[in-house]
Design a protein around this ligand. Structure first.
Ligand code: RB5
Length: 144
């Protein structure tokens, strides 16, 4: 599986830690920025990764800003994208199992590195359950 990563200046260290963690588990990780030392606007990186997922260049995405909120709001503006902000593993698993989220967002000022690793593990280990959840996800997609 190919995973696209994006972050603002607040999320750089956590992004690199999570990329190393997931690469060790065999995932192919692609970094769409940003890099150290430059203050940037989180929507730019939320949009880049969301477009990469929507276009099929990567299968899923991980986004990080200070809270995870701004960058997920930006990603969710891209049609067909469901980005979920999660601060614990249960929600991360359910975001896939029930909501078929393709992108997980986290806040580098909210979660520590070890918790963030547990969160991405829960997200990438989970599978969409379909059935009644598919109908509900379709209803989300009906509103542009
Ligand atoms: C940057 O200071 C901060 O606003 C950003 O990282 C994020 O938390 C926005 O939602």
């Amino acid at each position: 599986m190919k995973i696209g990563f994006g972050c603002d200046h607040v999320g750089v260290d956590l992004k690199h830690a999570l990329m190393a963690h997931l690469e060790e588990k065999g995932y192919e990780c692609i970094d769409y920025g940003t890099d150290e030392g430059v203050r940037v606007d989180y929507p730019d990186y939320g949009h880049i990764v969301a477009h990469k997922v929507a276009e099929g260049e990567v299968d899923k995405g991980v986004l990080i800003c200070g809270t995870g909120i701004g960058i997920s709001l930006a990603a969710n503006k891209v049609p067909g994208i469901r980005a979920a902000v999660c601060s614990e593993p249960y929600s991360a698993a359910m975001a896939v199992r029930h909501n078929n989220a393709q992108i997980i967002a986290m806040g580098a000022r909210v979660v520590g590195e070890e918790l963030a690793k547990c969160i991405v593990d829960a997200f990438f280990d989970a599978e969409f359950e379909g059935g009644r959840h598919a109908r509900r996800v379709e209803k989300i997609e009906e509103v542009c």
